[in-house]
Design a binder for this molecule. Structure first.
Ligand code: GS8
Length: 221
């Protein structure tokens, strides 16, 4: 384990990549970060390591690739199981966590609809994003500090990258997620107080800046 070679193929604003970065940080695993600049093109390594989807993130552990962010996070949790467990030892709690983590994937398309929308399209997109966020807040988080209860875990890892995009969705869509989902935003702030989490994430303002530039270039602003 000590001499393991761990490489992460990633792209800085990716909420999926952020899941893996956070999981590795929680486990205090040293790794080599390789940026795949998806704005300008992929390196030949990416399709080699992920021939099916050709997407980041890919974790390359001792030369062997593991793909799909949630699969990677589970793999990390299993391999480095002695430190900071992310999934519960209880099978039912594990099943619930996997269910909600998979549910967070939905947010990607709804979020993308906001930053690729024309101003006229925002209204519908806003509700499409807020509805699943409200459901996550009410049905999965409730009054707990973290989704799994008292400690930071699998669903928190799955969702926290999306939290860094909230600022972009709100700025471009001109609405407040905090006004609609106060407990969820309080959860995000709580997670950000963990150094291992906040240091692994992209800067929300930088994400927004890049996306506003994209919109300007496409004539959407
Ligand atoms: C999604 C990864 C993904 O969309 C996962 O790992 O959880 N279900 C996958 N990766 C994007 C970057 S994030 O927007 C990607 O690599 N896109 C490149 C492409 O589509 O060619």
């Amino acid at each position: 384990m000590e001499n393991d070679e761990v490489i992460l193929l990633d792209f800085w604003p990716s909420m999926f990549g952020m899941r893996v970065r956070v999981a590795l940080a929680e486990k205090e695993i040293k790794y080599e970060y390789k940026e795949e600049d998806l704005f300008t093109g992929k390196s030949p390594l990416l399709p080699k390591m992920n021939p099916v989807h050709k997407k980041i993130p890919v974790l390359v552990h001792n030369g062997k690739p593991v793909c799909e962010s949630l699969v990677v996070v589970e793999y990390i949790d299993e391999i480095w199981k002695d430190k900071a467990p992310l999934l519960s030892s209880d099978p039912y709690e594990r099943a619930q966590a996997r269910f909600w983590a998979a549910y967070t994937d939905k947010l990607y398309d709804f979020g993308t609809r906001i930053w690729t929308a024309t101003k006229e399209e925002f209204a519908g997109g806003k509700k499409d994003l807020l509805d699943p966020l409200k459901l996550l807040e009410e049905a999965a988080l409730g009054d707990k500090p973290y989704f799994g209860g008292e400690s930071f875990g699998f669903v928190d890892v799955a969702l926290i990258g999306f939290y860094t995009w909230f600022y972009t969705y709100e700025t471009i869509g001109n609405f407040s997620i905090e006004a609609e989902c106060p407990k969820l935003v309080a959860w995000g702030k709580r997670c950000m107080q963990r150094d291992r989490v906040s240091k692994s994430l992209a800067d929300p303002h930088k994400i927004c800046e890049v996306l506003l530039e994209f919109r300007k270039n496409r004539g959407l602003e």
